[in-house]
Each structure stands twice: as C-alpha cells, then as structure tokens.
Write a protein that binds this ligand. Sequence first.
Ligand code: CMC
Length: 428
Amino acid sequence: MSRIATIEIDGKKFELPIIKGTENELAIDIKKLRLLTGGITTIDSGFKNTGSCESAITFMDGEKGILRYRGYSIEDLAEKANFLEVAYLLIFGDLPNAEELEKFHNDIKAQAHVDEDVKKIIDGFPKAAHPMGVLSSLTSALVAFNPTSVNVDSEEEMYDAIVRILGKFPVLTAWAYRKQAGLPLEYGDNSLGYVENFVKMMFKKPAAEYEPNQVVIDALNKLLILHADHEQNCSTSTVRIVGSSNAGLFVSLSAGINALWGPLHGGANQAVIEMLEAIKEDGGDTKKYISKAKDKTDSFRLMGFGHRVYKNFDPRAKIIKVAADEVLNALGVDDPILDIAKGLEKEALEDSYFIERKLYPNVDFYSGIIYRALGISTEMFTPMFALGRLPGWIAQWHEMRVRKEPIGRPRQVYIGETYREFISANKR
Ligand code: CMC
C-alpha cells in the first residue's frame, strides 16, 4: 500500500507521496510541493535530510555500519575481488564474467596512454604543486585531446568515454606523483593487471630493474576497492550536478576531484598524517589533542573522525585498521604514528564527547599509515583516494545520464535586502 505524508500549512493540508527503497528506506517525495503550495520550498543546508536522487549503486546503513556496492558487502569485495571487477560492477550493475572482464580490461588498455603534449602541460607546473591540483587540471585538459561531448543517448559513446578515462587516469595520477618526485614520466606495462600496472607506473625507477611487490599490490587493491564508491557524498554529488548540465564526463570528474581535495572530505587522509606527525613532534600527548578537538573555541577537529552517515562505525575503517597492521608487518615497517593513532582512537572512543556525538574513526584514519608504508608521499594520499573513487564517480554519472535526470539546481530562501532604489555614486 502506498503511503502518504500530509503537511499542514496555515490550516491547509497537502498530501505528498512517500517512496520506499529496496532496503525499506522511506522518503517524502516533495517534487510537487511548490506546485501544490503555490511556491513554498524546503530548506536543508548541507543536505542532512535531503535525498538528491534515487540510485541503485551503493547502499549504506549508517546505524548498522553497512556498506554494499550493488548488493555485495564491502567486506566480501575487499577480501575477494580485484579493483577492476569492482569498477565494472559499480558502473554496469553486475560482476563481469571472465570474458566480459577481459574485454573491459582490453578496451581500457587500448586507452592507457595520453597525448605526448600532456607532458608539456605537466612540465609547466612547479614541482611543489599539490598533485590534486595537477590531477584535476590534467583531467580537464584531457578534453582538449579527446571528444569534448558525449552523446548521452548513445550507450556506445558513454562506454567509449568510460574506458578512455579508466585508461588515462592512472597514467595522470602516476605522473602527478612522478613530477613531484622528480622522476621521468614513463608508462607501465599493459601486460600487467590494472593495479599492478599502476604500481609499476608509480614506482619504477629510471635505471633499475622493476621488482613487483605483491604486498604493495594487494594492499593498494584493497584500498582502492574500499574507496570505490560511497553514494551521494560531496564529490559524487558534485560530479552528478556538473554532469547534469550536460558537461562532459572528464570535466565532471575534474570538478569531483576538486571537491574531494577538501580536508573535510578526501583531503582528510593527508590531514590525519599531518595531525599524527604534529602530535608526535609535540611529545605524543594525545590527551592534549583530544581536549583541543572538544574545545568549541578551538577550530581543531580530530581528523579522520566522524562521518555524516556512519553513526556507529565505518566498516571501511575496520578493514583498514586490520590491513594497516598486516601491511606494516609484511613490509617490516615500524611506524610510531600507528601507535599514536591507536592511542588516540582508544581515548576518543572512551570519551563522552565522542560517544555522545557518535564520532568514530572513518576510512581516512588509518589509510594514510598504509600509504606511507607503501612509500607514497603524503600529498599523494588524496590522489590515491581519487583513483579509487573514479569508478564510483563514473557509475554515478552514468546512472544520472541513463535516468535522464534534470539539471541540478537547488532553490534558496532569500534573506538579503528587499528592493532598494539605485543611488548614483556622487549621491551615496
Ligand atoms: N572532531 C571533533 N568534533 C567533531 C568532529 C571531529 N572530527 N566531527 C564532528 N564533530 C562534532 C561537531 O563539532 C558537532 O558538535 P556539536 O554538536 O557540539 O556542534 C558534532 O560533532 C556533529 O558534527 P557535524 O560537523 O555537524 O557533522 P557533519 O555530518 O556535518 O560532518 C564530518 C561530518 C566528516 C565533516 C565531520 O565529522 C568532520 O569534520 N570530521 C573530520 C574530517 C574527516 O575526517 N573527514 C573525512 C570524512 S570520511 C571520508 C570522506 O567522506 O571523504
């Protein structure tokens, strides 16, 4: 039986349908609200209570700590899948069979290069440029070398744009890193798997034989899967909203990269390591930083803690915490900031401030410790997140296009000056 919500404004009643998702989530459908009420709108800064779309890609239950891509649990995927099949799953809806996966990978490999002129653009950046800025610029710049628009009525054209960016983005990410590290811009080896090839592109030294390290490859595969999608977060909403104007896939992604950069979102992984380093330098006094985080007159927040949706635990953080121990052990790395992180987590989880506000470690709390152990520089942590999130952004853009969603254009409540007569400059 369909359910109805009734709202009453100045004695007048209006009925609005309630829609139900496949996991029984309920939402009041306010599409007709303005029409019915003669222009009354809703307001919800930060969209804390507002669903921007219906989506069949990722399910999260913030109370129970559940995350599933297309119905598959994040725990299963992180343990058993490879990143490329997860990308296929997110974008096309089902896990690929061996033949589908091979075709997908071959199509990506055929695009796994960029125009040589891209090197000139990279050359123009100062070495100290943040790789997120370099990556978003290069992703936009790709438009100049590739078709600028995609006919969104053509599945073929969308597929072409998708495999293009999946091929080129790892090259750009690795090159953003190599630029900063002062290494020559080189390709990997297309006979390798998607993640293996990326690892080679990142770490191959100019005059030495490249030795693949399976611990590094497996750890990265897991991290990329854990970051691959997270429904309507800040960067994904950005990709969908930019794409809704009919802007192309690459520029929509570039906008998403910029949104991800912020320290409240993907930039938190860099901010966590900087915070842990600062605590170490300051003598390791975690209590002092817990107090700072609680102090409302201090702008300091415990980075890597808290989440808009997870109010119990972040399932990704659980997996990453275990992986951090495993990876550091396997690589024989003893990183003192891992102990500081664990101490900080323990104290926060016992503190009423964090308990009352349901603040738990999120995906970014331990991920930087693994990236660091893999030999990835701090400023590259957020680009690694972007590489992981790429399939999710693509899947969400593709879904939005297939569903022919209207241009994203929120309303507002105006609180500025009412009409004022213009006064010329000499009379003001
Ligand atoms: N440290 C201290 N206090 C916090 C923190 C924190 N990390 N996070 C939230 N709070 C407090 C906040 O001050 C507020 O307190 P009060 O009710 O007294 O005003 C309360 O908890 C609710 O916080 P909020 O800012 O209203 O919650 P939100 O849903 O708008 O923000 C968040 C979510 C992730 C932006 C926030 O928790 C935060 O800033 N965390 C640190 C940054 C971070 O780790 N970001 C990565 C998020 S996960 C990966 C990703 O999405 O990219």
